[in-house]
Structure formats: C-alpha cells, structure tokens
Design a protein around this ligand. Structure first.
Ligand SMILES: *Cc1c(COP(=O)(O)O)cnc(C)c1O
Length: 390
C-alpha cells in the first residue's frame, strides 16, 4: 500500500447508514434501492431507462447482445482504453476493429472511423477516455450516417457534459461503471442507460437469467411461481440492494464529489503547468466540453520513452506514491497479439502515447500538502531521468 494511494473512494456516514438500512430491511436483492439508483443515474444522463448491472463490463456485454451483435460481426472501437471496452466485444463473439486515437483528446480519432467501416460492421463502441467527451457528437453523426448503433462506454465519464449534453446521452445506449476508483462507487457495479424501450426490456431480461420483467414482477407481488420461467439464455448480472443503496447515496453527492475532483485538478495544474517535459490533460477551454475528472494522467514529452516512464513510475511507488501506466494499448496485450494477430506498430499514435503516460494519485480528498509532495517527487524522478540521458 502506498502512503498516497492512486485512488480512494469517498465513503461518508450517510453511505454507511444507507447500506446498514438495507441489511436491516431483509430485502437484499431486486427491490426499491435498485429502482431508485436506476432512476437517479438515468435522470443524470437524461435517459428514460436505467438498468443496474453487476459491473460496467457486464453492462457493455448486454448492450452488444441486446443489439444482436455476435459471431461474424465487427465493432469499431479504440485501442486506447481499459481492456473491458474491447473484451465486451469478444465476449459477444464479435471482432473489435480498432482505429487510432486523436493525440489531444486521447479518444478515437473521428477522421479515421469511416475507413474502418466494412459491410460486417454492426456498431461503433466509443469511450470517453479519462472522462473526456470531446468528439462524441461528431462520432454520433458518423454512426447515424452509416445507420450503425453507437454504444457509449461512459464508464469513465459520469457527470461530464459536451455542449450541455450529459455523458451517457450519446448513441443508442451508454454504460457507467462503479468500481471503487470511479466518480461514484458501489464496490462493484454498472448501469446501462437508454431511451430504447425494447433494448431496455431485453437488457433487464438478460441480466436476470432470461426471465421476462413481467414474470419477475408478477412473482414478487402475486407469488405466481413464474420465477423459473426463462424466455432466453441470460446471465446473472444483477446488482444487489446493498450495492444499489450505496450507489443511490453516492449519487446524491455526485456534484460535490465532481467539484472536489476539479479542485484537485487545479492543485496539480498550478504546480505542473510550467514544466516543459510534461503534457498536461487537455481542459479545452472554450469548446463547451466539460470533462468529468476520472483520473489525472500526465504525459512525458516525446524525448522520453517507455523505459524512462516505467522507471519514473517505479520511483514514485518507491516513495509510497501510487502511480500507474494508464493505458497500455489493448491490441498489445499478450492475448490480443497472440490470438488475434495484432502487432506493435498497428496504431502508432495510441502506442506512442501509451508508452509515456503516468496516472498520478487522484481522488476527491487529496490535499495541497499531498499534491505538493507528489509533484515534487515527480520532478525529482524526471530530473533523474535527464541525468541518465546520453
Ligand atoms: C471501468 C471501466 C469499465 C468497466 O469496468 P468494470 O470494472 O467492469 O465495472 C469499462 N470501460 C472502461 C473504459 C472503464 O474505465
């Protein structure tokens, strides 16, 4: 454990009370807390339906299945993301087709998407990397032009906005995630949001062993014995009442949490702004894009490479400061190279950036003293690399 961890959830007494209340209630799954949590998240994304699931990955998997995507189909997506966005495509039996990223936003480059579309393309799966919604409207227009459903992996972007439109409102359906390092947490959990009634009903059934929602409601209210009717092959991707209560309680504080995260970003920016060897995350003043700060990731300038970056991360960790290499490219993960034939050089921009990023400690309760210590140590580690340069 680091003295200053890479991330840390914000848990208050009211979160704890909400969870304890569920434990006392006796109703631990499929109940009013899940319904409330679904309403709160759907409202935030300005969507009609929220479907709580056991993880963000599960949510993406169900969106793909619900859209009928399977073996033989291709889905256009980004190689620069947490691996789950692409693994969900593999879980559905389809093939991820990567396009390189825009070096400023770190999101899929909209100019490269059309060239990746083939007759086999059945969807575009887009990610707001590190919570940045830049290009989402452009990518949505491309999806519409080709009549392809857009799946928005919003797992890093809860609370962000682009020209007034919330993250989670783009495309056919969107997915949030609530792992402990996300903007709000349920321990483990996720949420699909959509305006599509049919897709919502299908996802509700798929998360619950293929039961139809009406048979579940009938059974709960009238004890009709329909709990063991299964319409289709489904999964157990349900979210418990315990997790949902925590999620609903955290949602009440979302704006406060986002504000605290923005303040920590300011503490970092003020200290690192003038440091020539670093590129700081893009704030896009004037583009009406309001990032939801998920992580704080800086990039070494291109005189550095992966070896130096990795040594800097190790050095930070040796000083009890959490740091990580968000993200190594998905297509270079061992099984993507081995089983799918991807190679180094396939997506040069994503690779070049993936070699030079450093995620610094980031959570709502970091203070000036800690940020000062982190920035000071980072500078020392970078200076040490300069001495080692030939
Ligand atoms: C966190 C995350 C997910 C989902 O993660 P789970 O751990 O399954 O909840 C998916 N995609 C991205 C980009 C993420 O950051």
């Amino acid at each position: 454990m680091s003295d200053i961890p890479l991330s840390q959830p914000d848990i208050t007494q009211s979160d704890i009370n909400a969870v304890v209340d569920v434990l006392r209630s006796g109703r631990l799954s499929i109940g009013p807390r899940r319904d409330l949590f679904e309403q709160l998240v759907a409202a935030r994304a300005k969507r009609r339906h929220g479907i709580a699931v056991s993880s963000g990955t599960a949510g993406l998997h169900l969106c793909l299945l619900g859209l009928g995507i399977g073996p033989g189909d291709e889905v256009v997506t980004t190689p620069f993301s947490f691996i789950a966005s692409s693994n969900a495509i593999l879980m559905a039996g389809a093939k991820p087709v990567f396009v390189d990223i825009d070096p400023n936003s770190l999101n899929m480059d909209p100019n490269l998407i059309e060239a990746a579309i083939t007759p086999k393309t059945k969807a575009i799966l887009v990610v707001e990397v590190f919570g940045n919604p830049q290009h989402m409207d452009t990518i949505e227009q491309i999806a519409n032009k080709y009549e392809l459903p857009l799946i928005e992996d919003s797992c890093e972007g809860l609370g962000g906005k682009l020209r007034g439109r919330p993250i989670g409102n783009f495309g056919r359906c969107s997915v949030f995630a609530f792992y402990p390092n996300k903007q709000i947490t349920t321990g483990e959990g996720g949420m699909i949001v959509t305006d599509d009634d049919r897709l919502a009903e299908l996802c509700r059934s798929l998360r619950n062993q293929g039961r139809s929602e009406s048979s579940v409601t009938d059974n709960l209210t009238n004890n009709t014995g329909t709990w063991l009717n299964h319409e289709r092959l489904g999964y157990n991707y349900r979210l418990s009442e315990i997790a949902s209560a925590l999620g609903a309680s955290q949602m009440e504080r979302l704006d406060t949490l986002l504000e605290k995260r923005r303040e920590v970003v300011g503490m970092y920016m003020r200290r690192l702004m003038d440091w020539d060897d670093l590129m700081l995350p893009n704030c896009q003043p004037g583009t009406e894009s309001e990032r939801s700060w998920f992580v704080f990731v800086v990039r070494l300038s291109n005189v550095y490479g992966q070896v130096q970056r990795d040594r800097i991360i190790t050095g930070l960790r040796r000083h009890e400061i959490g740091a990580s290499n968000y993200f190594p490219c998905i297509h270079l993960q061992p099984f993507y190279q081995r089983d799918m034939g991807f190679n180094k050089g396939d997506f040069p921009i994503a690779e070049s950036i993936g070699d030079r990023t450093i995620a610094l400690p980031f959570h709502p309760n970091l203070d000036e003293t800690e940020v000062e210590l982190i920035c000071h140590t980072l500078k020392v580690m970078i200076q040490r690399e300069q001495l080692l340069q030939p």
